[in-house]
Write a protein that binds this ligand. Structure first.
Ligand SMILES: Cc1cc2nc3c(=O)[nH]c(=O)nc-3n(C[C@H](O)[C@H](O)[C@H](O)COP(=O)(O)OP(=O)(O)OC[C@H]3O[C@@H](n4cnc5c(N)ncnc54)[C@H](O)[C@@H]3O)c2cc1C
Length: 385
């Protein structure tokens, strides 16, 4: 069986590594448009609960990732200029430079002698002759574009505007700062990912964008505005751009995960909003399911693809609906920032995805719940849970 994997990001490389181990009969090639040492963005979060699944699938890869990660056992949430500390369960979330993440996966792939062709963009999917063609080619997937009718692709854009920057210092801990500035509503999501660097996602709602006339501003002017709004946190350092373009998050979904011999994984299949900090691990978990399905398919491509959907659909749908609840919450930040006091705000934030009710919140964040209770921030009907 021959498998072509389009895209050497986290999903594509991890799939190749797992296939080399679990399905050694498979012949494969990974084709990546960028050079091995190129990447967009800065650091990404890999939640620690997610890591246990990656670790079960490839303990050595996961151990290498963990060695390169910066863990933050607590997070600060600031609204109305009041910081609240959220102590996270376990080791907390860990972050890693995206380039290091890719380099670790590339090294494992090289050790397994997996052919990876870098600096080679696939434009014509029909030219790929594999029994299975995997679209691991991210949000702008070419594989998906080759048959959007067949995949049942839908897309829409969220209204908030965001851009992904770096900062040349390691913040003490990850934080979310919600700030009103001259009638605009701004959010900074930042977290350290090495001893010297942090990621900083800058966001504002659409009304702020139009009220300030940001559409007409240059990239540099927009960056300076965020430097000013978050000057207190940045402490004199400016944001660092790396092709940091301003976008509205594209929500992409596919009713059919495969179509003929073409199959989608990771962001190509469903874009996961950055506010749940799990896009990378969700993508890598797709790879786990697809590798498992291919390994047990007895070289029957259609059986493998159907097996992938059966293994993964229910859990992926849960993660994606958490992502949806999270981005819908962010779409209304103006309302939450003006309606709730800082404690109520944190309660609303922590429960926004519907995955944590008061009972689970109490179990995982006991100190926070005590503080929220004493501030009477938990609605009476929910506090009884
Ligand atoms: C602002 C922002 C912040 C984020 N923060 C986090 C975070 O904190 N934690 C987290 O887990 N995730 C985060 N994410 C999401 C994360 O980056 C993605 O979910 C994750 O990278 C998906 O992995 P993937 O392998 O599916 O796709 P990608 O990482 O996009 O990889 C796709 C690969 O395919 C290649 N490719 C594309 N087209 C072609 C082609 N035609 N031919 C050959 N190669 C091609 C690309 O070069 C790329 O290497 C964030 C995303 C954004 C936008």
């Amino acid at each position: 069986m021959k498998i072509d994997i389009v895209g050497g990001g986290p999903a594509g490389l991890f799939l190749a590594i797992l296939l080399a181990r679990q399905a050694p009969h498979v012949e494969m090639e990974v084709i990546e448009q960028n050079a091995a040492d190129a990447t967009f963005g800065f650091g990404v979060v890999l939640a620690d609960t997610g890591l246990s699944r990656l670790s079960d699938a490839a303990p050595d890869v996961c151990a290498d990732l963990m060695k390169a990660m910066t863990f933050g056992a607590q997070q600060t949430i600031v609204s109305q200029e009041t910081p609240l500390t959220v102590k996270r369960p376990g080791q907390g979330g860990g972050a890693i430079p995206r380039l290091t993440l890719l380099n670790i996966l590339q090294e494992h792939a090289a050790r397994l002698k997996i052919p990876v062709t870098y600096s080679s963009r696939v434009n014509d999917i029909d030219s790929l002759a594999g029994d299975i063609v995997v679209g691991a080619d991210g949000v702008t997937s070419r594989v998906r574009a080759s048959d959007e009718m067949g995949f049942g692709t839908t897309r829409r854009e969220l209204t908030n505007h965001f851009a992904w920057f770096g900062v040349g210092k390691a913040f003490e801990c990850p934080a979310l700062v919600f700030r009103e500035y001259h009638g605009g509503y701004f959010v900074a999501h930042y977290y350290p990912y090495s001893e010297t660097m942090s990621t900083f996602v800058a966001e504002c709602d659409h009304q702020t964008w139009t009220d300030f006339g940001l559409e007409q501003w240059s990239l540099d002017e927009r960056q300076k505005l965020f430097d000013t709004v978050f000057a207190q946190e940045l402490g004199g350092l400016g944001l660092i751009s790396n092709n940091s373009s301003w976008r509205q998050f594209p929500v992409i979904r596919n009713a059919n995960w495969f179509c003929g011999n073409r199959v989608l994984i990771g962001d190509a299949l469903a874009s996961a909003h950055f506010s749940i900090g799990s896009g990378t691990r969700i993508a890598m978990e797709d790879s786990i399911a697809l590798a498992q399905a291919i390994a047990s398919s007895d070289t029957d491509a259609q059986r493998a693809l159907a097996g992938y959907v059966a293994l993964r659909r229910a859990s992926k749908d849960r993660l994606i609906s958490a992502s949806e609840a999270s981005y819908l919450w962010y779409e209304n930040i103006r309302e939450w920032m003006t309606t709730f006091n800082p404690h109520q705000f944190v309660y609303q934030f922590m429960t926004r995805t519907g995955r944590l009710d008061v009972a689970r919140l109490r179990e995982q964040y006991p100190e926070l719940v005590r503080e929220l209770e004493s501030a009477q921030a938990i609605p009476a009907n929910e506090a009884l849970l």
